[in-house]
Design a protein around this ligand. Structure first.
Ligand code: GDP
Length: 528
């Protein structure tokens, strides 16, 4: 007899882990991702990991920007199996010019791995991405990378996690030596040492021990390193946080792993512990209450839209995170916002640059849907009753420009392009509420302006001119006491596409002054 659907869903959900790696450029995300994929033998890749660094995939006009800059414009999804688990890694662009897409992709993850360079500690982009994860309260696992290089003291790094990010930490393993003197790591949870031998540390030995005081470690690591290890771990035992799984699940405590991605150092321990501790797909909030992943009715939401992955077509791909039920190719689902049923006939995962058709998928999985222009970011799809998932947050842009069309006759195409790129979430559009209509674009990363200019020309035949403005902050202003005259110095009051008031500020001082002048008005970082 075949398993009931509920039974199957329970099993499939239980074995899934969907996570994103968050880090600052150069911390080693590409390296870590590749090594993890090698553990399982990747079964499906949405754009190869190396795609952003190799140029052979960058064939479309638009990808030209990626090629020139050697970076990834959009994030992708990778899937692999390991020890009975099915793992989805949501890739997020690591370059300085990351976009709102990066933030939105984090909403589709059930946990995050925060990758930190042992020499650099917590960096700017890590902070931003961490904050988005922390707001959602998802578990965050920390991997401190490049242990084969001289870095900062582990205690100093843990202290920094708390000071800068406000999260407490619990080291799962501890380095024995560092840099040239790196000898191995001590696994605190499983009481074993992992030793790295050979010039390139390629020979990895794992040995069970009694505890960190075990004389075996002394024999292997030498007196000096063993004394140091004992001293540090005694201190941790006394002064460090205890492992508390409930706190980990709420994102209040981050398990910390030390290792070296490039040397495969500590990676297996990391992966195995991570798979044990990371959550499987959780219930999702919707307007009709919490939707459990084992709910038999299929549901999901679009968190990202990517244009022109295949340069031969002008189509788009909508990335859908499955939240409940079982996806089957060819099934009919309700496109709730559009109020009509659609057939999911050509769902895709991507193996390198060839599209690979998916027949079945489960909660936690991401599928790419062929999109002839019917989807918007945040759209819900569901089977049976109409489920609407909570709206995706709109993130506050940080870079602004005034846009004008060079040829006024092209206004219609211009409008169409702006609408479409807004739907895809590439840009946010604001209008001046004043006498003449001024359009201001807001983005999270400078690259989005280049993408905008390029695509307006390539896809809509419109030459636009962008003039950078000096604003650095946008806040949605809500309240009955909004006084437009108070936004004149180093600031400007505009409206977003839903006619909400948004204040743009040139600096923090201007923002604080406005807040002080209007104590009854709320200044929000995300759209109300
Ligand atoms: P990304 O920008 O975060 O994707 O970083 P990459 O994976 O491209 O790595 C940035 C640089 O750090 C590359 O030169 C890597 O070879 C190097 N790297 C990555 N992991 C390690 C490591 O464990 N040790 C050392 N020494 N270098 C590493």
């Amino acid at each position: 007899m075949s398993k009931s659907l509920t039974e199957q869903l329970k099993q499939e959900v239980e074995k899934r882990r969907t996570f994103a790696i968050i880090s600052h450029p150069d911390a080693g995300k590409t390296t870590l991702t590749e090594k993890l994929l090698l553990f399982g033998g990747a079964i499906r890749l949405a754009g190869t990991v190396k795609a952003r660094k190799a140029s052979k995939h960058a064939t479309s006009d638009w990808m030209e920007i990626e090629k020139q800059r050697g970076i990834s414009v959009t994030s992708s999804v990778m899937q692999f199996d390991y020890n009975g688990h099915r793992i989805n890694i949501l890739d997020t662009p690591g370059h300085q010019d990351f976009s709102e897409d990066t933030y939105r992709t984090l909403t589709a993850a059930d946990s995050a791995v925060m990758l930190i360079d042992v020499a650099k500690g917590v960096e700017a982009q890590t902070i931003k991405l961490f904050q988005v994860c922390a707001k959602r309260g998802i578990p965050i696992f920390t991997f401190i990378n490049k242990l084969d290089r001289e870095g900062r003291s582990p205690f100093e790094l843990l202290e920094e996690l708390e000071q800068v990010l406000g999260i407490r930490s619990v080291p799962m393993n501890w380095p024995i030596g560092m840099g040239r003197g790196l000898c191995g790591v001590y696994d605190r949870m499983n009481n074993q040492v992992e030793l790295f031998q050979g010039d390139d540390h390629s020979n990895i030995q794992v040995q069970k021990v009694e505890d960190y005081r075990d004389p075996h470690i002394r024999e292997m690591a030498g007196e000096f390193l063993h004394d140091q290890l004992c001293e540090e771990l005694e201190l941790l035992d006394v002064a460090g946080d205890e492992f508390d799984y409930e706190k980990v699940k709420r994102g209040e405590l981050t398990p910390v792993f030390f290792g070296s991605a490039i040397n495969n150092f500590g990676l297996q321990t990391f992966l195995e512990n991570f798979l044990k501790l990371a959550p499987s797909p959780a219930p999702r909030q919707s307007t009709s209450g919490e939707i459990d992943p084992t709910n038999e009715k299929f549901s999901g939401y679009v968190f990202k839209i990517q244009a022109n992955m295949n340069p031969a077509h002008r189509d788009r791909i909508a990335f859908l995170r499955i939240c409940s039920g079982k996806f089957q190719r060819g099934m009919s689902v309700r496109h709730v916002r559009a109020g009509k049923d659609i057939k999911l006939a050509q769902p895709q995962q991507f193996l390198a640059q060839d599209r690979d058709i998916v027949d079945e998928a489960f909660p936690g999985d991401i599928i790419g849907l062929f999109d002839p222009g019917i989807f918007r970011i945040g759209d819900s799809l569901s089977q049976g009753s109409e489920i609407v998932f909570d709206e995706l947050p709109t993130f506050s842009p940080e870079i602004f420009a005034r846009v004008t069309v060079k040829n006024a006759l092209k206004h219609k195409q211009y409008q169409k392009g702006v609408d479409q790129l807004t739907e895809e979430g590439t840009i946010q559009v604001f209008h001046n509420a004043g006498v003449f209509d001024e359009t201001i674009l807001g983005v999270v990363g400078q690259l989005q302006f280049e993408v905008f200019e390029h695509r307006m020309k390539a896809e809509y035949g419109v030459d636009v001119q962008l003039q950078r403005l000096g604003f650095q902050f946008a806040r949605w202003v809500v309240g009955s006491q909004i006084d437009p005259t108070k936004f004149r110095i180093n600031s400007q009051l505009v409206k977003d596409k839903k006619d909400n008031f948004v204040a743009l500020f040139e600096n923090e001082y201007a923002m604080r002054t406005a807040m002080e002048k209007m104590p009854d008005v709320k200044f929000l970082e995300t759209a109300p």
